[in-house]
Design a protein around this ligand. Structure first.
Ligand SMILES: [Zn+2]
Length: 87
């Protein structure tokens, strides 16, 4: 069976899902959360586990489009990214 492929919303390259981090909008939190275990419900966005890809996604405002929410606060997303142990 082929491994699952996702497109990084930062660099827009396709890659194995295992190399991408899933981000979801958490309405209760009012922000983006990092779904490392890929268990959270709702629409997700995939980004390489690489801060450079996250920054590209933020600059392109791709996250809000992918999650279909108003553009999330870049600072909030960066904080969630760091809290998840990503850099
Ligand atoms: Zn990427």
């Amino acid at each position: 069976m082929a491994e699952p492929i996702r497109t990084c919303i930062g660099c827009r390259r396709k890659d194995s899902r295992d190399r991408l981090v899933r981000l979801v909008w958490d309405a209760a939190v009012g922000g983006v959360v990092i779904d490392r275990l890929r268990v959270l419900p709702g629409r997700g966005a995939s980004v390489h586990a690489d801060g450079a890809c996250l920054e590209k996604a933020l600059q392109r405002r791709a996250l809000g489009r992918a999650l279909r929410v108003a553009t999330p606060s870049a600072d909030q997303v960066r904080q969630a990214w760091q809290d998840a142990g990503l850099s």
